[in-house]
Design a protein around this ligand. Structure first.
Ligand code: PEP
Length: 249
């Protein structure tokens, strides 16, 4: 059985007080509920340690990590620091990091290796731009992101990796991939994982959909056989909306 996951990526939103309130509201709505899905929140770095004190059912993720272990890298935050602040997961390769901070597949691979060797569970994002979809190269783009991004990871490492398919044209745009488009790409991703790591790994890896997922479309998206949950941006900033998405399972 694959793990179902709904993860909220808060991006650069909320001050510490607002973040604590939001985390508490999500925790309160989750506590004691017997759910199929693991609920994760990814607040900004500055909130992690405090938020780790107010959640227990809800799991904690960072939104990024450094590609180096430690040292003279001003402004960076290492996987070990994240672990010691209470994070269990880390988002790596979000399209906003790829686009605005020019993080390419090779550097993302370094982050992946470092994250797993420090005991973090990476949520590895992949996704094509609209031009790439229109040019018909979407599958090549995703395959390359996976091949390079996951290079050198062992089967044991991959057991702790979650993949998020996030078509760039759907992130924060209000345009959602259709359930068929999502299923088609998730199936393809599973096939690539099979090619790279074998059948068992492919069958047991959780693959999330991300891109304008909201309470009104979550159920339909999650009902696809290869869609194991969602990475949620905008809709994770309102506890009620986020919990409604969690309840779509
Ligand atoms: C995201 O940033 O990972 C995301 C999916 O954003 P949104 O849900 O706002 O499209």
């Amino acid at each position: 059985m694959r793990k179902k996951i709904v993860a909220g990526n808060w991006k650069m939103n909320t001050d510490l007080h607002e973040g604590l309130e939001l985390a508490k509201a999500v925790e309160e709505a989750s506590q004691g509920k017997k759910r199929d899905a693991i609920v994760i929140i990814a607040p900004p770095f500055t909130h992690l340690a405090k938020i780790s004190e107010v959640i227990s059912d809800v799991k904690l993720s960072a939104q990024n990590c450094a590609s180096e272990e430690s040292g003279a890298f001003t402004g960076e935050v290492s996987p070990a620091m994240l672990r010691s602040s209470g994070a269990e997961y880390v988002i790596i390769g979000h399209s906003e990091r790829r686009t605005y901070y020019h993080e390419e597949n090779v550097v993302l691979n370094r982050k992946m290796r470092l994250a797993v060797s420090n005991g973090l569970k990476p949520v590895f994002c992949c996704g094509e731009m609209l031009e790439e979809r229109e040019a018909g190269v979407l599958f090549d783009v995703i395959k390359e992101q996976l091949k390079v991004g996951l290079d050198g990871l062992s089967e044991k490492d991959i057991a702790n990796v979650v993949i998020a398919y996030e078509p760039v044209w759907a992130i924060g745009t209000g345009v959602t991939a259709s359930p068929d488009q999502a299923q088609e790409m998730h199936r393809f991703i599973r096939d690539v994982l099979e090619e790279l790591f074998g059948h068992d790994v492919a069958a047991s890896t959780t693959i999330l959909y991300g891109g304008s997922c909201k309470p009104s479309n979550a159920k339909e998206l999650f009902s696809n056989p290869d869609v194991d949950g969602g990475l949620i941006g905008g809709a994770s900033l309102k506890a009620e909306d986020f919990i409604q998405i969690v309840n779509a399972f």
